[in-house]
Design a protein around this ligand. Structure first.
Ligand SMILES: C[S@@+](CC[C@H](N)C(=O)[O-])C[C@H]1O[C@@H](n2cnc3c(N)ncnc32)[C@H](O)[C@@H]1O
Length: 218
C-alpha cells in the first residue's frame, strides 16, 4: 500500500492512467452526492474555492459554470488526472477561472501553489477514502479555510443499511481502487469541530451509502 510522497503519486497514476478516460462517465453512477455538495457550496460573489484532490476537474468545471465570478483552484497528486483536468478545463473555456496544480493533500501550501493563503470554501469529494493519512489531510484542508469559511466533504459511508453481501461486494470492489471508507470520519470531524470551535453539520445519505459534512470555521 502506497503512502504519502512519490510512491502515493505513482500509485494514483497507476490506478488512473487508463481509468481517467472513462472516469467521468462511469463515476456518475456511484460517486453519489457530489452535485449536492456543489449546490451547498454557495461561495460569496467574487470569492475563492479550493478542491483538494480534484481528479479530472469534473467538480471544478460544474462549480465554475454554476458560480460565475468566483475563482476556482484545485490540486491532485496524480499527474495523469491533472492532464485530463487541464484538457477538460481548456475545452470548456474556463482556464482563466480554474487553476490546477500538483500536490499531496497530506502536505500542501496553497500559498506556494496558488499564491492564495486561505479560501472561502474548500471541498474534498471522494478522496479522503483514498488518502491513507486522511486525518492529516483533513487538518490541512481546514487550515486552508478562511475565517468564517467552510469545509465541505462528501465520501463513502459505512453502508449500514445494506445487506451484508452487498456491502461486502462493494467494499471488495472499492478496495481494488485503494478506496477504504473511513469509519471514523464522523468522530474525527466532531473532534476537530470541538477543538477548533467550528460548527459541524453531518449527514448520512442513501441509507449510509455516503456521508456529507460541512464544517463552518469561526
Ligand atoms: C475518486 S477520485 C475523486 C476525484 C474528484 N474529487 C471527484 O469527486 O470526482 C480521488 C482523487 O484523489 C486523488 N488523490 C489520492 N491521494 C491523494 C493525495 N494524497 N493528495 C492529492 N490527491 C490525491 C487521486 O489522484 C484522485 O484523483
Amino acid at each position: 500500500m502506497a503512502h504519502s510522497g512519490v510512491s502515493a503519486a505513482a500509485h494514483m497514476d497507476a490506478i488512473y492512467r487508463y481509468q481517467r478516460y472513462i472516469y467521468d462517465a462511469s463515476r456518475k453512477y456511484y460517486l453519489l452526492g457530489r452535485d449536492g455538495l456543489l449546490d451547498e457550496l454557495a461561495p460569496p460573489p467574487g470569492g475563492t474555492v479550493l478542491e483538494v484532490a480534484c481528479g479530472t476537474g469534473r467538480n471544478l468545471i460544474k462549480a465554475a459554470r454554476r458560480y460565475p465570478g468566483v475563482r476556482f483552484y484545485g490540486f491532485d497528486i496524480s499527474k495523469a488526472m491533472l492532464d485530463t483536468a487541464r484538457v477538460a478545463i481548456a475545452r470548456k473555456g474556463l482556464s482563466d477561472r480554474i487553476v490546477v496544480a500538483e500536490a499531496d493533500a497530506a502536505d500542501f501550501s496553497s500559498e506556494q501553489l496558488f499564491g492564495v493563503p486561505a479560501f472561502d470554501r474548500v471541498f474534498i469529494s471522494y478522496a479522503l477514502s483514498m488518502i491513507p493519512p486522511w486525518r492529516g489531510a483533513l487538518g490541512q484542508a481546514l487550515g486552508a479555510v478562511a475565517p468564517g469559511g467552510r469545509l465541505h466533504i462528501v465520501d463513502f459511508g459505512q453502508q449500514q443499511g445494506y445487506p451484508r453481501w452487498l456491502k461486502a461486494g462493494l467494499r471488495a470492489w472499492l478496495a481494488k481502487f485503494s478506496v477504504e471508507p473511513r469509519a471514523e470520519l464522523e468522530a474525527e470531524l466532531r473532534k476537530i469541530a470541538a477543538e477548533s470551535g467550528a460548527s459541524l453539520d453531518f449527514h448520512r445519505m442513501f441509507r449510509d451509502y455516503a456521508h456529507r459534512a460541512v464544517l463552518i470555521k469561526p
